[in-house]
Design a protein around this ligand. Structure first.
Ligand code: GLN
Length: 215
């Protein structure tokens, strides 16, 4: 598979920014709004936005179960900010009725950085990025969650210092990737390139398994 087809869940949030970043990272980016569109992608991005709204709309439009099934089957998914919350198995400070899609064995705290620093930028070291010649990653945080607890199979890719403590802000568990920050809002596309590489690797091994052709 040379060009993976990566869907962006297009219910609410910064969908266009992800489409652009994915395209620049070498994927074919398509919008996903209907259940049948979930079946037609190799991977999915859950954008930044408002996790309570995306959760509600995903149920209204019948997307929740198809997405959960594909996650369980191993489809690669990347969630940024609200997308990280949606991908988490457990959420703290969520809305009363809030559900997540789940799949990633982490506990996130929603709006964790507090009012004074609703939004900020900082330089991070993110493990495993392609073409990483040691340059820091300029990360944009907007009313971001952090990860309070990670399961045994979860790799921590980046942390940030806040209030004298180090907090986890990027994780990977197999083909699931999540960041508290918004790489789609900057011109540094290394996180999207990392995800697209992961999708290619996963699809390559799947093609070997079942004899599917390459696209
Ligand atoms: N605070 C938002 C939420 O709970 C996430 C913010 C974002 O995606 N920038 O969903």
């Amino acid at each position: 598979m040379v060009t993976p087809r990566v869907g962006v869940l297009a219910l609410q949030g910064d969908v266009r920014e992800h489409v652009r970043a994915l395209t620049l990272a070498g994927a074919e980016a398509v919008l996903v709004r209907r259940p049948e569109e979930v079946e037609a992608v190799d991977a999915l991005v859950l954008p930044g936005g408002e996790s309570t709204t995306i959760d509600r709309l995903s149920r209204v439009f019948g997307l929740r179960e198809p997405v959960r099934r594909r996650i369980a089957e191993g489809m690669p998914v990347y969630g940024s900010c609200a997308g990280m919350i949606l991908l988490a198995d457990r959420v703290l400070d969520g809305h009363r009725d809030q559900q997540t899609l789940g799949g990633l064995d982490i506990t996130v705290r929603r709006n964790a950085f507090g009012r004074q620093v609703d939004s900020f930028e900082c330089d991070l070291s993110v493990s495993g990025l392609p073409d990483d010649h040691g340059q820091p990653y300029r990360a944009v945080f907007i009313r971001a969650p952090w990860v309070e607890q990670v399961g045994a199979g979860v790799e921590v890719l980046a942390t940030v210092e806040h209030g004298g403590t180090s907090h986890v802000v990027a994780v990977r568990q197999g083909s699931l990737l999540a960041t508290s920050f918004h790489p789609e809002m900057t011109e540094d596309h290394r996180v999207h390139a990392f995800f697209v590489d992961l999708v290619r690797a996963q699809s390559g091994s799947r093609s070997d398994d079942n004899g599917e052709g390459h696209r």
